[in-house]
Design a protein around this ligand. Structure first.
Ligand SMILES: Cc1ncc(COP(=O)(O)O)c(C=O)c1O
Length: 397
């Protein structure tokens, strides 16, 4: 067999660039400390790299398509369910293709769960600083959305939620546990109080915990993402954020009670009713998650959670020390600050944002596992250099 068409030199140059680039990628919530080389080695030598597997269908039901990893997907869900406060008997979930997929299921399942209680069309409530996927998905699912203003920390303004809440219509509330830019956590107790006071005809709570949902279960603040404590109906978490995977994947968890309220859509060629939105689903993602759980374990996740929170605090302290305008919410690994010059933005892959309440132009650093104290020191040095009017010469100039 020949490999004439594959330009390995080109691919190697590309790989080298990516491996180099990841060291300073601190503006997006991707954990670059990936440890999957042993998995891929096993995957190749096991023969599975030459098998087309597919997790189509409900992983809890027997499938006519035998080439799947449902048994591993179920074990991943069984491992995480108690960490998100679901009892093993009541939980249902899937490994998704990312946070947006989990939110899509949360909103879709929510509409149908509400529909089982009332014929009136629901209203979706979400904060203005929640992830844009919620707005996109509302548009996609043809839902009326009410965006609630936020306080300066980025949390939903609960008094504004109270004013916006229409009790004559079912309420689908999307709660942000870790907003994208400021890492703000909506106050679930205060939201619950408003709901108890105004008593909408039906209520469904979905939690978008894309990044924070990865580490919170392994901290003393686990109750913020606990179904049994907070009474939410579903939760979505990204796998490629805290957990550290090489491609998008995630978790969606809800209860069997919610699942039963979904449209059954019986699919004859699969001999089953398929509750998932997408037909084909990755079989590789659950296998990687299963591998990681067994390699890392609860203690490993705990250490990683502790480390990113400690390092985020370190970054905030370093910025305070040089009087650089910066903010960090509690229990958050996201530090946001006055936006530096373009060369710093580019070098460190920083994301821009605007908030007039904090002086206008901002950027943030999401401290993931690949950003240790040493990298933070370099980053702070660059901010200092930039503030003093300096800049780093572009490579090659
Ligand atoms: C709060 C929040 N929700 C949802 C998402 C979307 O997640 P994904 O990129 O995994 O689809 C993000 C992505 O950054 C996010 O920050």
């Amino acid at each position: 067999m020949t490999n004439h068409s594959i330009d390995i030199n080109r691919l190697n140059a590309f790989a080298e660039k990516m491996v180099q680039e990841k060291k300073t990628a601190v503006g997006f919530p991707c954990n670059q400390n990936i440890k999957l080389a042993d998995f891929y080695h096993w995957y190749a030598v096991s023969g599975l790299a030459d098998v087309a597997m597919n997790n189509v269908g409900d992983p809890r039901k027997p499938s006519l398509f035998a080439l799947n990893t449902h048994e591993f997907e179920n074990e991943v869900i069984d491992f995480f369910a108690p960490h998100y406060g679901f009892s093993p008997a009541e939980a249902w979930g899937i490994v998704t293709n990312g946070g947006t997929d989990g939110n899509n299921h949360g909103i879709y399942f929510g509409v149908h769960a509400l529909g089982s209680q009332s014929d009136i069309k629901p209203v979706l409530y979400v904060s203005e600083e929640a992830h844009y996927s919620i707005m996109r998905l509302c548009d996609l699912q043809g839902l009326e959305m009410r965006q609630i203003p936020t306080n300066i920390k980025g949390e939903m303004e609960v008094s504004a939620f109270e004013v916006a809440l229409d009790p004559s219509r079912p309420a689908l509330i999307v709660i942000a546990v870790g907003t994208t830019f400021k890492g703000a956590i909506d106050n679930q107790d205060a939201i619950a109080e408003v709901l108890a006071k105004k008593r909408p005809v039906a209520i469904y709570r979905h939690v978008d915990a894309a990044l924070f949902g990865g580490y919170l279960p392994f901290t003393e603040h686990a109750d913020l993402v606990s179904h049994s404590v907070r009474n939410f109906d579903s939760i979505a978490i990204s796998g490629h954020k805290f957990f550290g995977f090489d491609e998008p994947l995630g978790l969606f968890l809800t209860t069997k009670e919610v699942l039963e309220k979904q449209n059954p859509f019986r699919v004859s060629y699969l001999n089953a009713s398929v509750p998932t939105i997408t037909c084909s689903r990755s079989a590789l993602a659950p296998l990687k998650f299963w591998w990681q759980i067994h390699k890392t374990g609860v203690e490993g996740y705990r250490r990683q959670a502790e480390l990113i929170l400690k390092n985020a605090l370190y970054l905030k302290e370093q910025l305070d020390e040089i009087n650089y305008p910066a903010w960090k919410n509690d229990i958050s690994n996201t530090v946001y600050f006055q936006r530096p010059g373009e060369w710093v933005m580019k070098k460190w892959s920083l994301a821009p944002y605007e908030d007039e309440r904090l002086g206008g132009k901002l950027a943030h650093d999401i401290v993931m596992r690949h950003e240790g104290m040493h990298t933070i020191d370099h980053f702070v040095d660059d901010l200092l250099l930039d503030r003093n009017g300096g800049s780093e010469a572009e490579p090659g100039t």
